[in-house]
Design a protein around this ligand. Structure first.
Ligand code: ATP
Ligand code: MG
Length: 597
């Protein structure tokens, strides 16, 4: 692991170039894909050749396995693949990589489609929905396997898994040829068909490519192409009891779909020689369209203070460390959404971190900065008191009249006067933050303490008198006196010098709200690296729910509305539990960076 990466700063508005864009620019300049033909759907060479000139200048794909909800790392890949297609007049295919017969959950498929759409992307282009599933290609994959067998490029190996492992060798040591390696194509074909027909038990044999057991790249030491698995597949049912290995399936999926740039994470770099070997052979055999896809690798996103592995995220959900995949503390796309992240903020984040060839860590603050940059110009402002204590204006009746409520206004957004004003009332009783009063002020404290003058934002300047406390010394009520003629926005209002400014909510028109104060889910920046058990690093204080008072404008908040609670940060009306009858806000992020030490 390398040190945290400094997010290369991108001039606002300008799309930063990166090595992938340079490759695509070069390919388009050279007309590498100009002659390609397209069948109108994924297909073999013959069908594509009989088709039309490909209307897409490039084709990329986003190929998740539908075994969980997508996370922030997938968001990077989505923005990259769909973004490149959009920017280059191409198409990005939404492909479910469902070659494993493990149970796929419709819930995950729906969740993935929803996440991609919410991020702002679509797989519809040229009047076609480019939503595909790899299991539709099983018949072609089988045909490709038979082709390799017939041409002497694949064989059925019946060594035990232990023997195979032992004979693979390692980095310094070449592998040993399997005794089955010299079988004739006829023998192999017969045996492979027996595999397909279910005559062999799980693990009894595998189909392997015949490449080079002494290759310095272990991935070329006769990699497995097909394995036996007597398991029902959610789409193909019991049609198959042999299933293709990922390394065999993926290049073929790309080729059938006419993908030009197959972008994956760096772990697959060592697989590229096999990717090319396989597609070269299938193209030579006239099975797949030309020119064939190329694989390019980029560094996966590693983000501090979160885990980005579907398996670990599933564990957090299954073991109830969080309330679900959409718990606002989860780095899943549904979780971030419920936390108050916007599609634009995630796109901005992806743009800023860019794509590189070097693995590194991105500091969580980079994500939050993108979020604030997106929310600041658009979130409506509001006042909220999260830890309320009453403030009584002792001379209110005397100077303003008993029962008087003074209307006050504040802009919905300080830089957008056209968005209008919020209205609320100042009266004898108000709510203020408990931390805005100190009987004995620490040095530099500029809020309420006996004798201090403080402005209640958009209201008046008051002079603090003191506070009532209970037997335990806990403040019950703070007292102050109004200084007349100091109302914000009136002439001469600043004639009295206030030490500080605090926010407040009127007792007469304040509204109750549940506010959920979320904090980082893990206490350490890299919870799942090295020897660490990420479950041991869970922050026990990652959620604090408080009963707050909020200004009356928030009674109109609709689910998903974003706000900046002045002095506190950004909040969103919870998309599930918020309603006009019961206000629920989630803290999206604070106003300032608190992550960096
Ligand atoms: P996980 O381990 O969380 O299941 P995965 O890579 O196995 O992740 P897939 O569903 O196979 O998940 O991934 C779909 C696509 O998302 C792949 O192309 C993969 O490269 C990309 N992807 C997954 N995680 C990241 C990440 N952290 N950063 C960038 N891209 C990612
Ligand atoms: Mg996976």
């Amino acid at each position: 692991m390398t040190a945290p990466t400094d997010p290369a700063s991108t001039p606002e508005g300008a799309k930063s170039s990166n090595f992938l864009r340079q490759i695509i620019d070069r390919d388009l300049e050279q007309g590498a894909y100009a002659q390609r033909r397209w069948a109108g759907h994924p297909a073999d060479a013959a069908a594509h050749q009989a088709g039309v000139p490909d209307p897409a200048r490039i084709r990329t794909r986003f190929p998740p396995e539908p075994n969980g909800y997508l996370h922030v790392g997938h968001a990077k890949s989505i923005c990259l693949n769909f973004g490149l297609a959009r920017d280059y007049g191409g198409v990005c295919h939404m492909r479910f990589d469902d070659t494993n017969p493990e149970k796929e959950d419709q819930e995950y498929v729906d969740g993935i489609l929803d996440a991609v759409r919410w991020l702002g992307f679509s797989w519809d282009a040229h009047g076609t929905s480019h939503r595909y599933q790899a299991s539709d290609y099983f018949a072609f994959m089988y045909r490709a396997a038979e082709y390799l067998i017939e041409t002497g490029l694949a064989y059925v190996d019946e060594q035990t898994p232990e023997q195979m492992r032992a004979h693979r060798g390692d980095f310094g040591k070449p592998g040993i040829d399997s005794p089955y390696r010299t079988r004739t194509p006829q023998e192999n074909l017969g045996r492979f068909r027996q595999m397909r027909e279910g005559h062999l038990a799980d693990g009894a044999a595998v189909l392997r490519a015949k490449i080079d057991m002494a290759s310095p790249n272990i991935n070329l030491r006769d990699p497995a192409l097909y394995r036996i698995k007597h398991a029902e597949h959610h789409h193909t049912g019991n049609s198959w009891c042999i299933y293709p290995m990922y390394t065999f399936a993926h290049p073929i999926e790309d080729a059938l779909e006419n993908i030009t740039h197959s972008i994956c994470t760096l772990e697959f770099e060592d697989q590229r020689p096999f990717y090319d070997w396989l597609l070269d052979r299938l193209r030579e055999g006239g099975l797949i369209n030309a020119p064939q896809p190329r694989q390019y690798e980029f560094a996966r996103l590693n983000l501090t203070y979160v885990v980005t592995s579907k398996r670990k995220l599933k564990q957090l959900v299954d073991e109830r460390h969080v309330s679900g995949w959409d718990d606002p503390r989860m780095p899943t796309i549904v979780g971030l959404r419920r936390r108050g992240y916007t599609p634009e903020s995630l796109q901005l984040f992806a743009e800023r971190i860019g794509v590189t060839k070097a693995n590194g860590w991105i500091d969580f603050s980079t994500l939050e900065i993108a979020l604030r940059d997106d929310l600041d110009p658009r979130a409506a402002r509001a006042m909220a008191v999260l830890d309320p204590v009453p403030l009584v204006i002792d001379n209110w009746d005397e100077v303003m009249g008993a029962g008087h409520l003074e209307p006050c206004v504040a802009p919905v957004h300080p830089h957008h006067p056209e968005r209008g004003q919020r209205e609320f009332r100042f009266g004898r009783e108000l709510w203020i933050e408990r931390s805005d009063y100190e009987a004995v002020p620490p040095k530099g404290y500029n809020r309420l303490f006996p004798g201090s003058k403080v402005r209640l934002k958009y209201g008046y300047v008051v002079e603090c008198v003191g506070a009532d406390t209970d037997a335990a010394g806990q403040v019950q009520t703070v007292h102050a006196r109004l200084i007349p003629d100091t109302k914000s926005g009136t002439p001469g209002s600043d004639s009295v010098k206030a030490k500080g400014v605090i926010t407040w909510v009127g007792a007469s028109d304040g509204v109750r709200a549940q506010v959920r104060l979320y904090d980082r889910l893990f206490t350490v920046p890299q919870p799942d690296t090295g020897e660490r058990d990420f479950l041991q690093e869970i922050n026990p204080d990652s959620l604090k729910t408080v009963s707050a008072w909020v200004e009356p404008s928030l009674a109109q908040a609709r689910a998903n509305d974003h706000f900046q609670f002045e002095r506190h940060g950004y909040f969103v009306a919870d998309r599930i539990e918020h309603s006009a009858q019961s206000l629920v806000f989630n803290r999206t992020t604070g106003l300032k960076d608190t992550w960096a030490k």
